[in-house]
Design a protein around this ligand. Structure first.
Ligand code: GLU
Length: 340
């Protein structure tokens, strides 16, 4: 076991990770086997294509900042990323325009309301944060490019850097989402009315629907999380996905706004920057240490994967990963990876 003096020492961490990660695998296997028995919640159906998901899919993936991978279950099952995409696109908007320009279009306040609520800040007309639909559409509007193909290419390149391979969009999900996205369209036009987004509103919606329909696996989510944990450098490829200076901005909104209208309770109980999506994925970040991906399509009433929430809650508590207790002793996930 590592002692607490090792905490934060990357070299020690990397050396320990070279030894077996079997204990963590066993922990994840046990958790996976137990939580497979949880059948609470429903698969999202408001986007018709999402209803085709197998409710029993379930995966947990952990990727460390030195590229060590431990994962169990259906971690190679493709699914559409949905709202898990939002913090990453926020990061790209920050890259494209800088902090203050982005904040003039989208705030960073939790709403306490549903992800698709049609509500803007009364005083400034800004959407509340980049992780609700209105804010995500405003953020997508900020993706630079001469024309739609260039903007889409840049968006795909962003996710390729985070994931470490070329990415593509699930056309059936995209079309399903576009055909039924009246509420998102209404929100976009409301924001156009207030000058929060530009005239190319249809194009921006198209970009947003494409972004949501991007195909990922649970493994990918963990790599994306590990890239944020690793100050913006993808640990599998060594490629920088986002400037180090914007990582804390992205993680801050994930901590305060990432889990729909249970973000406050999430910060209290789990205390990890995270983002969930209606297809059942969650990405969580243990800064400086790990990315964790969890995937299971049954959603609780707030829209978060039921098994996913439980898995992350247990992992956080068991290993003391809450960002405000991390490193204060106890048995850490890092210790677990190094045992054996
Ligand atoms: N594409 C979805 C929508 O706009 C994203 C929802 C989500 O994952 O929260 O409704």
């Amino acid at each position: 076991m590592a002692d607490s003096a090792d905490t934060g020492d990357l070299t020690a961490l990397i050396n320990r990770m070279k030894s077996a990660s079997a204990p963590l695998r066993e922990t994840l296997q046990e958790l996976h086997a137990r939580l497979r028995g949880v059948h609470d919640g429903e698969v999202a159906t408001y986007i018709p294509e999402l209803a085709r998901a197998n409710p029993d899919w379930f995966a947990i993936s952990v990727v460390s900042v030195d590229g060590r991978v431990v994962e169990v279950g259906d971690f190679q099952q493709p699914f559409s990323i949905q709202s898990v995409s939002k913090p990453f696109v926020f990061g790209q908007a920050l890259e494209d325009h800088g902090r203050e320009a982005v904040l003039s279009r989208v705030n960073v306040e939790p709403t306490g309301e549903a992800f698709n609520s049609i509500v803007l800040d009364e005083r400034t007309n800004r959407p509340f944060n980049p992780l609700v639909n209105s804010g995500a559409i405003a953020t997508a509007d900020l993706i630079r490019g001469q024309d739609f193909p260039e903007r889409l290419t840049r968006l795909l390149a962003l996710f390729s850097r985070f994931i470490g391979r070329p990415v593509h969009v699930d056309n059936a999900v995209f079309l399903s989402e576009r055909a039924t996205g009246h509420r998102n369209r209404a929100m976009a036009h409301l924001m156009l009315n207030f000058g929060m987004i530009g005239e190319r509103v249809e194009e921006t919606l198209e970009l947003y629907f494409q972004q949501c329909a991007l195909v990922v696996t649970c493994h990918d989510l963990a790599v994306m999380g590990a890239t944020l944990a690793n100050a913006g450098v993808n640990p599998m490829t060594g490629e920088r996905a986002i400037s180090a200076g914007f990582v804390k901005d992205v993680l801050s909104v994930m901590l305060s706004c990432g889990m729909y209208d249970s973000a406050g309770e999430w910060a209290f109980r789990v205390g990890l920057p995270a983002k969930s999506g209606v297809s059942g994925g969650i990405v969580a970040v243990v800064p400086g240490q790990f990315g964790i991906g969890v995937f299971s399509p049954r959603l609780d009433p707030k829209g978060n994967s039921g098994r996913g929430i439980r898995a992350l809650e247990e992992l956080s508590q068991r290993f003391g990963m809450h960002v405000f207790e991390a490193g204060f002793g106890g048995r850490t996930l890092r210790d677990e990876l190094g045992r054996g």
